[in-house]
Design a protein around this ligand. Structure first.
Ligand SMILES: *Cc1c(COP(=O)(O)O)cnc(C)c1O
Length: 254
């Protein structure tokens, strides 16, 4: 089924605008150097129907993101014949690991050992059944400590956006890389609300570099949303998660 209607026209325009912003922000090749690799644009379709996923697929989108298993599982089933990679980007309950393993290409929100174990078991079972590929795993990091040195009063909404403290990355990385069926893809973060994202993203980049020293395959940096994708690309983000600037506003019930 192809779907092209006025909604497709709007999505096409917004998608083109975001792609243009990405092109403008990707670090250009230094003289004699290599250009930064093209980042993966994950279009976050949460709260929007599977018809929008179909429209986006027709517009060349191959990576979509969701943050609730119930919604994601239903949508993935509705468009199961489409060549799409589903990225799970939200808080994940351990008892949902099996469901997520049935459709997800990656999980960006790994934040505890019990979740790694549950995903490992679920993916291993899937691999027995249908030979699915390994699950890409990003460790979500809480970056609020990038602001603790600031003299100013705690801004509202500071921190608390999920993830492990930087000092816990190593233990989780070791567990993921030692679990069959899981690939350690890198780090992920959401910048704190109400402050400039640069300190957070600079910290994320240095944590990524430290992780890479031990795990050369863990090249991923999942960072950058609608309002801060330029700041994320400035520190080398490899995976952007963009929702509202492409799909339009969501109901304000997050
Ligand atoms: C919703 C969401 C996004 C997309 O945010 P926008 O501001 O709509 O681009 C990115 N990352 C995570 C973890 C999200 O939950």
């Amino acid at each position: 089924m192809t779907l092209y209607d006025s909604r497709s026209t709007i999505l096409a325009q917004r998608l083109a605008a975001v792609r243009h912003r990405i092109e403008a922000a990707v670090r250009p090749a230094s003289p004699g150097g290599l250009a930064a690799a093209e980042p993966t644009l994950i279009v976050v379709t949460k709260f929007h129907p599977s018809s929008d996923v179909l429209r986006l697929r027709s517009l060349g989108v191959s990576d979509v993101g969701e943050n609730r298993d119930q919604e994601a599982a239903a949508k993935a089933l509705e468009v199961a014949d489409m060549a799409l990679r589903w990225h799970f980007i939200g808080q994940l309950q351990t008892n949902k690991a099996k469901s997520v393993a049935a459709y997800a290409h990656s999980v960006h929100s790994i934040d505890r050992a019990s979740l790694v174990k549950a995903l490992g078991r679920a993916v291993a079972a899937q691999q027995q059944e249908n030979g699915r590929a390994n699950l890409e795993c990003f460790i979500q990091v809480d970056l609020s400590e990038a602001y603790t040195h600031l003299a100013e009063a705690e801004p509202a909404g500071h921190g608390g956006r999920g993830g492990v403290a930087p000092s816990n990355i190593g233990a989780l990385a070791e567990l993921i890389s030692g679990t069959e069926g899981l690939d350690l893809a890198g780090v992920m973060a959401v910048a704190p609300l109400g402050v400039t994202p640069e300190p957070a993203f600079n910290l994320l980049a240095s944590l990524s570099a430290a992780l890479l020293a031990d795990y050369p395959g863990a090249t991923g940096i999942s960072a950058g949303m609608s309002h801060d994708l330029e700041a994320a690309l400035a520190v080398g983000a490899t995976h952007l998660r963009v929702g509202s600037d492409i799909l339009g506003p969501r109901p304000a019930v997050l």
